[in-house]
Design a binder for this molecule. Sequence first.
Ligand code: COI
Length: 349
Amino acid sequence: KYNAQAASALREKPLYQDDEYADVDWDNLGFGLTPADYMYGMKCSKDGEFTQGELSRFGNIQLSPSAGAIYEGTKAYRKENGKLLLFRPDHNAVRMQLGAERMLMPSPSVDQFVDAVKQTAYANKRWVPPSGKGSLYIRPLLMGSGPILGLGPAPEYTFIVYASPVGNYFKEGIAALNLYVEEEYVRAAPGGAGGVKSITNYAPVLKALSRAKSRGFSDVLYLDSVKKKYLEEASSCNVFVVKGRTISTPATNGTILEGITRKSVMEIASDQGYEVVEKSVHVDEVMEADEVFCTGTAVGVAPVGTITYQDKRVEYETGDESVCQKLRSVLVGIQTGSIEDTKGWVTCI
Ligand code: COI
């Protein structure tokens, strides 16, 4: 809405009294940013209503660090003896570097990244939940923060790390999830940025996710964008399919996020004698599996109870004896220090 009050205040007390034209070299305009005097701002709350906006001088805006960008997610856990543990933060650092390279952004070195995560976790140690009650989710993020009007790398980037204590990701808690196989919307295409942990990887799923949630599902399983027959991942996590002693997961080919929990679970599963296969997983194979489970930093290792595809709903094995539960207990044991870390995955701070 036009803010008549602000506009009339500006007319009465303009910034510049005498200039008919701003001081610009009009014959040499390119597409570089030459900010005009004023910008208009208006905010929208969750109810979808924009409040009365207003004009202000062009300038930097305040932005919550938790606004979307290219980001990482890692967790700090409290051991029973009170010590704090980080899980493979160097892998998050490398993943941010790879993502930044794809997005033509500079990124912190592994040492800078890990040091920032350690400092943030330590400074916020009173927010790390007691052992067994959750974890401190740590979000390192990278965003273009310098002004630019055209298409190109930003003139300035900002790296931020913030933290928040978290419990279970899904409202189901640790109960099995009900997933819906999406056939209309896709989350990533070959050659795109589906393998990058950037907000561009998550924004396209919101519509399908919100539709599925309104129908009572926990999350959506996406299919490949070309044949719409092969499993990709869920909105929030990677996915695994179990048949007998074989555990399959979609191969990372640029459209799938290379989860750190994903690769840790793959390693734990092969240590335990399962055959772990990265491949194209056909949706029919998913519907015939014994078990399906999801992995992610936020999600952890979560069992899937049912999957609905077209007009078919399939139920899977879950519970204490499931493969998912066995892998989950080893991973959580290593992360929280109750199982000895023989792999060098955990850093004590
Ligand atoms: C994570 O697992 O760390 C994520 O960033 C997933 C996101 C959907 C919260």
